[in-house]
Design a protein around this ligand. Structure first.
Ligand SMILES: *[C@@H]1O[C@H](CO)[C@@H](O)[C@H](O)[C@H]1NC(C)=O
Ligand SMILES: *[C@@H]1O[C@H](CO)[C@@H](O)[C@H](O)[C@H]1NC(C)=O
Ligand SMILES: *[C@@H]1O[C@H](CO)[C@@H](O)[C@H](O)[C@H]1NC(C)=O
Ligand SMILES: *[C@@H]1O[C@H](CO)[C@@H](O)[C@H](O)[C@H]1NC(C)=O
Ligand SMILES: *[C@@H]1O[C@H](CO)[C@@H](O)[C@H](O)[C@H]1NC(C)=O
Ligand SMILES: *[C@@H]1O[C@H](CO)[C@@H](O)[C@H](O)[C@H]1NC(C)=O
Ligand SMILES: *[C@@H]1O[C@H](CO)[C@@H](O)[C@H](O)[C@H]1NC(C)=O
Length: 326
């Protein structure tokens, strides 16, 4: 890809949802507010379709709360998913899977990794280009939208706020608007979006469900708790900030941290901040430790690392339920 791929190399964890996992065990329902999120970008691994269904088919513990589909890109003629228009028949296998996940209460968002520059300009221009986004979100019944703005020059904060306001107006109070800034941007350090996230949180925090902070690519480091602490010290509540991670060292962006080291970081953070929001993995198809043969194992590993009580396999299968709140 062109621009998008260079963005992708800086991409971070993506992700999403305000969710509450609850009631895995009928007698003593475990409750957790942790989000466990996969970004799903590689729809086909070369010629083989990548299925999300193992996340709900009993192979997995069904600990995933959110899937974020993308990267999508918006231009003056339409919305694309990776290299193809979102309406392409190439995605015919994806949409029924999305519906099945939603039936299991997994919330599914769309992620636009973009310069957001075609949303710049007067209201007529905005409306014309936003319509592509709106129509696709409706057509595929998305539960949310993840804003990954990776161009510091394209859209000022007012432009992002116009988009947030419009999504809220069009999709209602339960629609999950999340953002995926680089981790350092939430700590008051370097950024890729060009605006001040503290200001955005003050002005639109009530409409932003949570942040998927990218702890990789040189903009964050999951091998220690320090970067996350810096975000909290900069004023963001831990229940609003999900830690975005690479799921495999070969994925776009440097900064993969081995799973056990990341687990140690998470254990420190969850004991310090019981309301710690969770993790988001970029991306699903080759997630370790299972890799392409068993990408769902990543979510099981991190559920355990976060202390999410998944109960025994059998109790989960019979009684598990996942409830979300926005
Ligand atoms: C779940 O999905 C995996 C991977 O596609 C497959 O190997 C397994 O047979 C499926 N299990 C069930 C119960 O459908
Ligand atoms: C917009 O994106 C679509 C899908 O990637 C592409 O086919 C089209 O040529 C692009 N249009 C412009 C004006 O760049
Ligand atoms: C994925 O592979 C399937 C089966 O080969 C094909 O029908 C579909 O068009 C491919 N989708 C994408 C997004 O390349
Ligand atoms: C909006 O901006 C476009 C592109 O710059 C311009 O062609 C159009 O006249 C403007 N419309 C209004 C109502 O100002
Ligand atoms: C961001 O905004 C906050 C709150 O207004 C302010 O304290 C901080 O200095 C700003 N950061 C930058 C880099 O401008
Ligand atoms: C964001 O980064 C740009 C450099 O790309 C810098 O000029 C700007 O001050 C930064 N903004 C904030 C709010 O940190
Ligand atoms: C994590 O450490 C345990 C105990 O040393 C080891 O058995 C396991 O293979 C490691 N997991 C990964 C994913 O590296």
């Amino acid at each position: 890809m062109t621009n998008s791929q260079s963005f992708a190399t800086r991409l971070f964890g993506l992700t999403i949802l305000i969710s509450t996992l609850s009631g895995f065990i009928s007698a003593t329902p475990a409750t957790t507010d942790k989000k466990i999120i996969y970004y799903h970008s590689t729809i086909n691994n070369t010629d083989t379709p990548v299925s999300l269904l193992p996340l709900i088919n009993g192979t997995s513990d069904q600990v995933v709360t959110n899937i974020i589909i993308g990267q999508m890109h918006l231009n003056t003629t339409g919305l694309s998913l990776n290299d193809d228009l979102i309406s392409s028949p190439k995605f015919d296998r994806l949409w029924p899977e999305v519906a099945q996940l939603q039936q299991k209460n997994i919330k599914v968002s769309a992620m636009l990794l973009d310069k957001y520059n075609v949303l710049k300009g007067n209201q007529t221009v905005f409306d014309e280009h936003y319509a592509f986004l709106h129509d696709a979100l409706k057509a595929h019944n998305f539960d949310g939208f993840d804003i990954d703005d990776e161009d510091p020059t394209a859209l000022p904060i007012q432009g992002i706020e116009r988009l947030i306001d419009r999504l809220r107006q069009d999709f209602g109070p339960d629609f999950l608007i999340s953002m995926s800034p680089v981790a350092s941007a939430l700590a008051g350090g370097s950024n890729l979006s060009g605006f001040n996230y503290t200001t955005l949180e003050q002005q639109r925090g009530k409409d932003i469900a949570w942040y998927n902070a990218q702890f990789y690519g040189g903009w964050g480091d999951a091998s220690t708790p320090d970067g996350y602490d810096a975000i909290v010290n900069n004023g963001f509540s831990p229940d609003r900030v999900v830690m975005g991670l690479l799921t495999n060292p070969s994925n776009a962006g440097s900064g993969f941290v081995d799973l056990n080291t990341t687990k140690a970081t998470l254990q420190t953070l969850t004991s310090k901040y019981p309301q710690f929001a969770g993790v988001a993995g970029w991306e699903y198809f080759n997630s370790l430790p299972g890799g392409t043969q068993a990408p769902w194992q990543w979510s099981e590993f991190f559920a355990q690392a976060l202390g999410v009580n998944t109960g025994s396999q059998s109790s989960k299968r019979s009684t598990r339920a996942v409830a979300f709140k926005a």
